[in-house]
Design a protein around this ligand. Structure first.
Ligand SMILES: [Zn+2]
Length: 368
């Protein structure tokens, strides 16, 4: 019996056997590498391991049976190693998968803790802004926004702070540098209140207007326990025919009850703001002691929380330059504004405004 694929063994030396078996193993490996169909796999099995025509069977007949007795042992070992290699090639081709050893090397410990991802949560300032916005949204208000870098005209002049008016001094303003050549009304500054959005809204639409303006404002204030150079305001504006001070009182009384609970009372005191006339400060009964007097309300039972008033006719006159329907003889309105940090500090019992901006996770996690 002879097979042209099986070379004649010239001798039984180590080198000769190594060469002969290596040639067969290489042939088996290259044949196994091309097995793409189950039919090809079966042909490979028959060609190498088949009982009658299989190549290994013939190797056994040609080499082993004719070998001298002293070479049989080493030939047998080589033959068994080749057979094991061919069988494992067949197993891989059949999809038997990787060996236990390779699986163990790749193993991952599924009992180890995974990578912990922190779930985001609303910042207490954002939460308070959203809460205020939704209270007024329920009253039919829409949200107005405007730029934080504002012109002198919108921030001051159109809000009835004429140039040189002492009320400007109450808002320590951060101005943009190198604008001395521009007319005063065009000079840029960081808005000191959200009020300029009142004018921008009125210029862009005729009455009626009901907007709530949440936003960031800037003042040249030194930071301390209750002041920050950057803080947030919520401003409101309502303009229509026959809007009265009673509407203002009712609206704010409702909003404060929605924020702090239905037991809270409000009271209004005369005040001054350039853009409203008459103007008022609003106090709420202390939500901590129910009005009996405590440290938080300085034992007065009341806490001052926001400013408001009826829109000054001079403000409507500025709006009427672009929207003639803002004729103060035909329409009226009210405006109000409040500091969001102050409300958040009261609602959540925070005593230092800086906590809101510190990024301290121990603080922020209390709101998660
Ligand atoms: Zn109190």
């Amino acid at each position: 019996m002879s097979n042209e694929r099986i070379p004649q063994l010239k001798d039984y030396s180590e080198a000769s056997l190594t060469r002969a078996f290596a040639a067969l193993e290489a042939e088996a490996r290259s044949a196994a590498a091309t097995l793409l169909s189950s039919e090809a796999v079966e042909n490979f099995r028959l060609a190498w391991l088949g009982r009658k025509q299989g190549l290994l069977n013939e190797v056994s007949s040609l080499w082993l049976k004719s070998a001298p007795a002293e070479a049989k042992k080493i030939l047998g070992q080589r033959f068994n190693a080749l057979k094991a290699t061919v069988e494992s090639l067949l197993d891989s081709a059949l999809g038997a998968g990787p060996s236990d050893a390779s699986l163990a090397a790749e193993a991952i410990d599924i009992t180890l803790p995974g990578t912990r991802r922190l779930t985001g949560a609303e910042h207490p300032i954002t939460r308070t802004l959203n809460e205020l916005t939704s209270i007024f949204a329920a009253l039919g208000y829409s949200v107005g926004v405007g730029p934080e870098v504002e012109t002198d005209f919108y921030n001051f002049e159109s809000m009835n702070f004429p140039p040189g008016h002492p009320a400007r001094d109450t808002q320590d303003t951060l101005v943009i540098a190198n604008q001395d050549r521009r007319p005063l009304r065009d000079r840029l500054l960081l808005r000191t209140h959200t009020s300029p959005v009142q004018m921008r809204t009125m210029e862009s639409q005729p009455p009626p207007v009901r907007i709530i303006i949440p936003g960031k404002v800037h003042r040249n204030d030194a930071a301390d326990a209750t002041h920050s150079p950057i803080f947030h305001q919520v401003e409101g504006l309502c303009v229509d025919t026959n809007i009265t001070f009673s509407d203002l009182k009712g609206t704010l009384d409702h909003a404060m009850k929605a924020l702090f609970g239905s037991a809270v009372k409000t009271r209004f005191f005369p005040s001054f703001f350039p853009f409203t006339e008459p103007s008022a400060d609003v106090q709420i009964s202390c939500p901590f002691c129910g009005g009996k007097g405590c440290r938080k309300c300085k034992h007065s039972g009341w806490i001052e929380l926001l400013g408001c008033g009826m829109v000054d006719p001079a403000v409507f006159a500025f709006a009427a330059e672009k929207q003639p329907a803002y004729d103060p003889k035909k329409i009226s309105g009210f405006a109000f504004g409040m500091g969001v940090e102050r409300i958040a500090m009261m609602k959540y019992g925070v005593s230092e405004i800086g906590k809101f901006y510190s990024g301290d996770m121990r603080f922020l996690e209390m709101f998660a």
